[in-house]
Design a protein around this ligand. Structure first.
Ligand SMILES: Cc1cc2nc3c(=O)[nH]c(=O)nc-3n(C[C@H](O)[C@H](O)[C@H](O)COP(=O)(O)O)c2cc1C
Length: 167
């Protein structure tokens, strides 16, 4: 268990990071990020996912070119393509892989490693670059790297009293 206040502060401190240092990330830390993803919950524990670990600068740069707002993936130390498997869990692969993603994002943050969900991407082209099959679902490609520059200011969140309804 973790102290709840520490956890809440940690969740609030996380930021999307779009600038990375040109510095390798040790295998041990990469493994911790992947392990955090592996331990995500999934519907009926079907684990409808695969993780493609991308270390090739060439592939990272190719992916960067098929993003809209995700050029920074080309400057990351490595990236993980989170791939959903509809055949394993047809109703839940999007939800389950999203949970994987959040686990990886939080794990990375605890290691001082930045990342950012890239949604703005031509997924068809990205799937081709990654050699994925037609029925593979590419959730996102998360770029990882040590944070370059200042940690961004917090982004706005709607206050609880605007989003809560009590019954
Ligand atoms: C589904 C999804 C898609 C996103 N797509 C992009 C993207 O393509 N490019 C980008 O720079 N940030 C992207 N983001 C990051 C959001 O802009 C960011 O999470 C939001 O502004 C809140 O900022 P924070 O993560 O620093 O709290 C995406 C986030 C999510 C959850």
């Amino acid at each position: 268990m973790i102290d709840p206040k520490i956890l809440l502060d940690f969740i609030k401190e996380r930021r999307s990071i779009r600038a990375f240092q040109d510095k390798p990330i040790p295998e041990k830390e990469i493994d911790m990020i992947l392990e955090a993803g592996r331990w995500a919950p999934s519907a009926s524990n079907r684990q409808p996912w695969e993780f493609l670990v991308i270390k090739s600068k060439d592939v990272l740069k190719k992916i960067a070119r098929v993003t809209g707002y995700g050029w920074f993936i080309g400057e990351s130390s490595f990236a993980v393509a989170i791939v959903g498997k509809p055949r394993i869990s047809g109703n839940w692969y999007v939800v389950d892989t999203s949970l994987v993603s959040m686990n990886m994002i939080l794990m990375a943050w605890s290691l001082g490693i930045g990342t950012c969900w890239i949604g703005s991407m031509n997924k068809g082209k990205a799937k081709q670059i990654l050699g994925l099959k037609a029925n593979d679902y590419l959730l996102t490609v998360l770029p990882f790297g040590y944070i370059q520059g200042d940690i961004p200011e917090p982004t706005y969140r709607n206050p609880l009293n605007k989003i809560i309804k009590e019954l």
